[in-house]
Design a protein around this ligand. Structure first.
Ligand code: DX5
Ligand code: ZN
Length: 229
């Protein structure tokens, strides 16, 4: 994984056909996705359950690029090795998931993955100010985590504060929740480079008819780059 700040579109498979993850990942990659975002939920940290490391391992061979795993689970540490074995490139834990996020991030890097830290909408940027040298990605939630298809919450001031905190470090700012061609320019201008989008990518298409995925990805990318498609 090389670092740059160009806009990267990361479709969230939370909005894909759960009976067909492998083909869905291949389809969105063929249609221009940069990363694949994989949402792991435990029904405890968030009020919804998706799947775990075994499912990530099963879909890994169907992803050519970056597998970006977003853990919405607590506790985290006991599962880090499982996600490394499953082939996660980026593993993101929530700063709210426990008292020892510093140890968690060290363990993620120690297991050979890029480390991400995510912030819920109610958590200030200052909650991660001591972690900047331990992370490769900061994920700003623009919805309360747990479900796809929710309304975007404006976190522009937080994104700008994080961008300043990051300085010259090779740390991505990822935005997760309610990203579409209308909201993408706001977050891109504030300093984000990885845009997660579930419903706004998968709507209108399917594995049998994937062209709408490409239209949707291009529309978000163009909007984020300041060119309305
Ligand atoms: C929310 C997840 C998101 C979600 C985004 O808890 O972390 O990744 O899938 O879905 P949309 O783009 O539909 O808001
Ligand atoms: Zn997510």
């Amino acid at each position: 994984m090389t670092f740059d700040r160009s806009i990267k579109i990361a479709p969230s498979i939370l909005a894909a056909d759960f009976a067909n993850f492998g083909a869905e990942c291949a389809a969105v990659e063929a249609q221009g996705a940069d990363w694949i975002h994989v949402d792991v939920m435990d029904g405890h940290f968030v009020p919804n359950i998706t799947f775990g490391a075994a499912t990530c391992a099963a879909i890994r061979p169907h992803i050519k690029g970056v597998m970006d795993v977003h853990l919405m689970i607590a506790p985290v540490d006991a599962y880090i090795e499982d996600f490394a074995k499953a082939g996660a490139d980026v593993l993101t834990a929530h700063v709210e998931a426990g008292p020892h996020i510093h140890r968690t991030l060290q363990a993620i890097r120690g297991a050979g993955m890029k480390a991400g830290v995510a912030l819920n909408p109610g958590t200030p940027a200052s909650a991660v100010s001591e972690l900047m040298d331990l992370v490769d990605l900061v994920c700003v939630m623009t919805v309360n985590p747990g479900f796809g298809g929710q309304k975007f919450i404006d976190m522009t001031a937080k994104i700008k504060a994080l961008r300043e905190m990051i300085g010259d470090r090779p740390v991505h700012i990822e935005i997760d929740g309610g990203v579409d061609p209308k909201t993408a320019p706001l977050v891109a201008q504030a300093g984000a480079d990885v845009l997660v989008a579930g419903s706004a990518v998968f709507r209108g298409g399917s594995v049998a008819d994937p062209a709408p995925y490409g239209d949707n990805i291009r529309a978000i990318r163009a909007a984020a780059s300041g060119v309305w498609a």
